[in-house]
Design a protein around this ligand. Sequence first.
Ligand SMILES: [Zn+2]
Length: 375
Amino acid sequence: MDDTVEIAQSLIRIASVTPDDLGCQSLIADALASAGFEAEEMNFGDVKNLWLRRGDKRPLFVFAGHTDVVPTGPEDKWVHSPFSGDCVDGMLHGRGAADMKGSLAAMVTACQRFISSHPDHRGSIALLLTSDEEGPAVDGTVRVIDTLSARDEHIDWCVVGEPTSSRTLADTIKNGRRGSLGGTLTVVGRQGHVAYPHLADNPIHRLTLILSALAATHWDDGNEYFPATSFQVSNIAGGTGATNVIPGEACAQFNLRFCPDHTAQSLQEMIHTICRAHADEYRIDWSPIGQPYQTLPDTLLEAAVASVETVTRKRPTLSTDGGTSDGRFIAPSGAQVIELGPLNKTIHQVDEVVDASDLSTLSVIYEGILERLLA
Ligand SMILES: [Zn+2]
């Protein structure tokens, strides 16, 4: 079996459900020790992070990824047990096969081959590993980036191994992600009898006006790389349960996925303006904000596109859709950040699976990026 697939298999066999790492990171550190990578643990709370670096010069190229996986769901529904790492008919099965232990293995073998052919490469190479990407993402990548920034260690280029491909390997590179802004809106009215509405103030009526206005708002047109900002209501609650009572409060939860033409603050101001138009008294408890990021075509993106084109003979499309990723924590440090990994068809599902030969090809693509940037 190919080295990349073998490493991926060993990682899948470790049941590192978020935020556990259970030795995945040390397995990777061991695999790269003889290639000259120095390991530094950066653990915070329950979360294990590892910074593996070879060289002390700039430019600094980083592969970033997570060793934690999402829970399996009902294990008896899996055809191959979720931590078996079975490889059958060229398909590697198990939780994390695509998201993202396969990419981690491809990063390791890409580094090994690149370093053996270029032991004196320019700049430095590092791996940033965390066990807190699928969980709250509070003590993971963001803390490592803070630690690195505090000691003036700057990342120039970063490839995150999230599964970005949709139909064929490397058909899509993500060069940014939308931001996420959510909150709970509570409208305060005055409780009363439905037969005496002049003595009450119905917060449900006010809330529905606000939500309709928010849902009808044209926030922006998006830009060359980002779809238009979208607003969705996810939960709504109000009422005492009795049919003859106007309740005192009503609330709704909402989320916006936003294009970087906005800041979270500019959106918050727009939301407040709409709320004020329909309610005298309301409050919004904002959820933690997911900042957007975007990487414009430059050295890193050009190297990645060229490497993909050489290996697959197809030009990848650039995309910024999907949820958030740890790229949002790395980009603000000034690094160019892209995401490139295997097919995302089965991620987080029962029977997660990846084409084993795709992992070997991904490793060649990663090596091609290193060749173009650091050879
Ligand atoms: Zn992931």
